[in-house]
Ligand binder design. Structure first.
Ligand code: PMP
Length: 435
C-alpha cells in the first residue's frame, strides 16, 4: 500500500466514520508509543489509539494476560460469576470512595452512559437530563442526546427532556462573562435556564469532569463543588463520565479527586480495557438496591466475561506498579512547557491547556480576534501524520464554537525522548504550514 492519497481508496468496502476518511497505509504492528505500517514506517501515537492505549500499545504484560485468560471461560451468562470479574469490581471499589462501590461491566463508553442515565431515571423517577455543551458521551440514544449537538445533526430530535449547560471554557466564555479568569457564573446561569425549561422531572446531570472531545476544557477551581450544590438542591444525581480522564492521565487516578467532589454515578471505559471492549458503570449500594428493586438491566456484553476483566486487572496493576499517575503529572508539565515555548514562536497558538498528559493546543487566526483556525487544525493533524506523528482534533471538528483545538494525548508510558520527538514534528509542521 503506497503512502499515497489522503483518502480511503484502498478501503472501498468499509464505511467511513470520520469526515477525513481513512489514513493512508496499513497498520500492522503496534508497540509502546508507536504504531508501524506495512512499509515499516513508525508513527508516534499521541492519540493513544482512541484514548485506550493508556499504557502504550501491546504492553508485554497485557499480551501475556490475554494468553493466560484465553484458558478461562470466554463468555458467561450475565448472572454467573467468575473470579476475574469479582476481582475487578473489588479492585475498583478499593480505589473509589465508599459511595462508589457497585460496578456493572459493559463493553463501550456509550453503553456505560446509557446505563448511568437509566439508573438515574429509575432512582429519581424523573426523566430530565442536564448535559454540558461540547461534551461527548456516545452514540446510543441517551448518551448521544447528552452529546453536543454537532454530533447529532441530521438525526432529528434528541431524547425529550435533555438540556445543556454552557461549558466552562475560559478561553471562549460561552456567556461572554469572563475574560481569562473563569468563575462559576456560567453554571449559575445554566441552572437558571434549566429551571425555566424543567417540568419538574429532573433526573441527572451528566458531564465529563474535564471536557476532552469538546476542546480540552478544564473547569475552574470550585466549579464542580458548585455543580454538586446545584444538583443536591434539585434532587439531581451527578454522573461523571471519566472515559478519557480516569486512571492517571490527568495526574490523579480519577479527576474528581482533584475537584473535591464525588459523583453519584461514575462511568469508565477506554483505558479500562486498554483497547478491548470494556466499560463500567459504578454507583452506591443504596442506589443499586433501589434500582434493582424497581427496574431491569440486561446486556449480552461483558457483564460477566473474565477475559476483558483479566486484561483490565493487569492494566490497573501496571499503572500502580509503574507509578504512571505521578509520571503523567511530571511528563505533562514537561510537554506543556515545550508547547508553551512553541506558543512564543507561533502566533497561531492561542492557548495551551490541559492537565497531565491530556493537552489541548487552541489554534487561532490571530490572538486578538481569537477566530478559530478551523482549516489549519486538520491540516496540522495531516502533516504531522505524514511526518510520523498521530494526533487528533478536539473541538471544532463538530462544532466551531468549541474552537479549533488540537488534542495531544500520548500514552502514559511515553519517554521524554519520544515527547521531544513529538515536539520536533509539531514544530516542523507548524513552521511549514504557518511559517
Ligand atoms: N464518553 C466520553 C468522554 C468519550 O470520549 C467517548 C468516546 N469518545 C464516549 C463516552 C463514548 O465511548 P464509546 O465510543 O466507547 O461508546
Amino acid at each position: 500500500v503506497p503512502f499515497g492519497p489522503w483518502s480511503g481508496d484502498v478501503a472501498d468496502h468499509l464505511i467511513r466514520y470520520t469526515r477525513g476518511g481513512f489514513l493512508p497505509g496499513m497498520i500492522t504492528r503496534a508497540e509502546g508509543s508507536f504504531v508501524h505500517d506495512a512499509d515499516g514506517r513508525a508513527i508516534l501515537d499521541f492519540a493513544s489509539g482512541q484514548m485506550c492505549a493508556t499504557i502504550g500499545h501491546n504492553h508485554p504484560a497485557v499480551v501475556q494476560a490475554m494468553r493466560d485468560a484465553a484458558g478461562e471461560p470466554l463468555h458467561l451468562y450475565s448472572n454467573m460469576l467468575s473470579p476475574a470479574v469479582v476481582e475487578l469490581a473489588v479492585e475498583l471499589a478499593g480505589m473509589l470512595p465508599p459511595t462508589l462501590q457497585k460496578a456493572m461491566f459493559l463493553s463501550t463508553g456509550s453503553e456505560s452512559n446509557e446505563a448511568a442515565i437509566r439508573i438515574a431515571k429509575l432512582h429519581t423517577g424523573g426523566f430530565e437530563i442536564i448535559a454540558m455543551g461540547h461534551s461527548w458521551h456516545g452514540m446510543t440514544a441517551a448518551s448521544n442526546a447528552s452529546t453536543y449537538s454537532g454530533a447529532r445533526k441530521g438525526y432529528g430530535p434528541a431524547m425529550p427532556g435533555t438540556m445543556a449547560l454552557p461549558p466552562p471554557n475560559g478561553y471562549r466564555c460561552p456567556i461572554r462573562h469572563c475574560a481569562g479568569t473563569c468563575d462559576t457564573t456560567c453554571l449559575d446561569v445554566g441552572f437558571e435556564m434549566a429551571d425555566m425549561q424543567s417540568v419538574g422531572a429532573f433526573a441527572a446531570v451528566i458531564c465529563e469532569p474535564v471536557l476532552a472531545a469538546g476542546g480540552i476544557v478544564v473547569p475552574p477551581e470550585g466549579y464542580m463543588r458548585r455543580l454538586r450544590e446545584h444538583c443536591d438542591r434539585r434532587g439531581l444525581l451527578l454522573i461523571f463520565d471519566e472515559a478519557q480522564t480516569a486512571f492517571g492521565r490527568l495526574g490523579s487516578r480519577f479527576v474528581f479527586e482533584q475537584q473535591d467532589v464525588v459523583p453519584d454515578i461514575l462511568t469508565l471505559s477506554k483505558s479500562l480495557g486498554g483497547g478491548l471492549p470494556l466499560a463500567a458503570t459504578i454507583t452506591s449500594a443504596a442506589i443499586e438496591a433501589d434500582v434493582h428493586a424497581k427496574g431491569f438491566h440486561f446486556y449480552t456484553s461483558h457483564i460477566s466475561d473474565p477475559f476483558p476483566a483479566r486484561v483490565a486487572l493487569t492494566i490497573l496493576k501496571l499503572i500502580e506498579a509503574e507509578r504512571l499517575v505521578d509520571k503523567a503529572k511530571a511528563d505533562g508539565a514537561y510537554f506543556m512547557d515545550g508547547l508553551r515555548a512553541l506558543q512564543q514562536r507561533y502566533e497561531t497558538i492561542g492557548d495551551v491547556r490541559g492537565l497531565g498528559l491530556l493537552v489541548g493546543v487552541e489554534l487561532v487566526e490571530d490572538r486578538a480576534s481569537k477566530k478559530p483556525a478551523t482549516a489549519l487544525a486538520p491540516a496540522l493533524v495531516r502533516r504531522c501524520y505524514e511526518l510520523g506523528l498521530q494526533t487528533t482534533q478536539s473541538g471544532a471538528a463538530r462544532d466551531p464554537a468549541s474552537g479549533a483545538v488540537w488534542k495531544l494525548a500520548p500514552p502514559l508510558t511515553v519517554t521524554r525522548a519520544e515527547l521531544d520527538q513529538g515536539l520536533e514534528i509539531i514544530d516542523r509542521a507548524l513552521g511549514e504550514l504557518t511559517g
